[in-house]
Design a protein around this ligand. Structure first.
Ligand SMILES: Cc1cc2nc3c(=O)[nH]c(=O)nc-3n(C[C@H](O)[C@H](O)[C@H](O)COP(=O)(O)O)c2cc1C
Length: 158
C-alpha cells in the first residue's frame, strides 16, 4: 500500500553517496475549526518556510486527520517537530517514524505537497499493527475510531 502513494521500495534507501536525511512521519487530529481553508493556509506558509530550510514532504488531510511525511536536515526537521508539538491546530500527534539515514529524498521537489486522503486509513492501520508504545497504540485507536465514526465518503474529499 505504501507503494500506491509513492513510497519507494527498499532499493533506494541505502545510498552511500547521499547526505544524511532526517525523516519524521506522524499522524494527528485536527483541532475543532480547522477546515480546508485553514489547511490551505498551513500548506502555503509551510511551503515558504520549508523552502528556506531544505525541508520537503507530503501533508494529507482527510476527515479531521493529518498525516505528514517530513524530510530534511536533522536540525531543521527537529526544530519543526518542536513547532508542530506546540501548534494548537492539531493534537494526538503519533510519531510513526523518526530516523536519520543516508538516502535520497522521496519528495525532492515538494516543499510540502498536499495529497489526497484516500489512503490514510490503511496507512494508520499498518502503523497500529506495528506500534509498540502503548500511548501510540491508544492514540492511533482514537484516530481510527474517529475515522470509523465519520463517513468514509468524505475521506476522498478531505
Ligand atoms: C498539520 C500541520 C502541518 C504543518 N506543517 C508544517 C511544515 O511542513 N513546515 C512548517 O514550517 N510549518 C508547518 N506547520 C506549522 C508549524 O506547526 C508552525 O506553526 C510553524 O512552523 C511556525 O512555528 P514557530 O511559531 O515555532 O516558528 C504545520 C502545522 C500543522 C498543524
Amino acid at each position: 500500500m505504501f507503494d500506491e502513494i509513492g513510497f519507494p521500495g527498499g532499493a533506494e534507501l541505502d545510498d552511500d553517496d547521499a547526505p544524511a536525511l532526517y525523516n519524521f512521519v506522524y499522524c494527528s487530529r485536527a483541532a475543532d475549526g480547522v477546515d480546508d481553508v485553514e489547511v490551505g493556509r498551513i500548506v502555503e506558509s509551510a511551503q515558504r518556510r520549508n523552502l528556506a530550510r531544505g525541508i520537503t514532504g507530503v501533508l494529507v488531510f482527510g476527515s479531521g486527520v493529518f498525516f505528514q511525511w517530513i524530510e530534511g536536515p536533522a536540525a531543521e526537521v527537529q526544530e519543526l517537530i518542536a513547532s508542530l508539538h506546540g501548534d494548537s491546530r492539531h493534537y494526538d500527534i503519533v510519531s510513526l517514524n523518526r530516523s536519520e539515514e543516508k538516502r535520497e529524498r522521496l519528495y525532492p521537489n515538494w516543499e510540502m505537497e498536499r495529497v489526497e486522503a484516500e489512503h490514510i486509513r490503511a496507512v494508520l492501520q499498518d502503523a497500529l499493527e506495528s506500534a509498540e508504545d502503548e500511548n501510540n497504540v491508544a492514540a492511533l485507536r482514537r484516530i481510527l475510531d474517529h475515522l470509523a465514526s465519520g463517513s468514509f465518503e468524505s475521506l476522498g474529499r478531505s
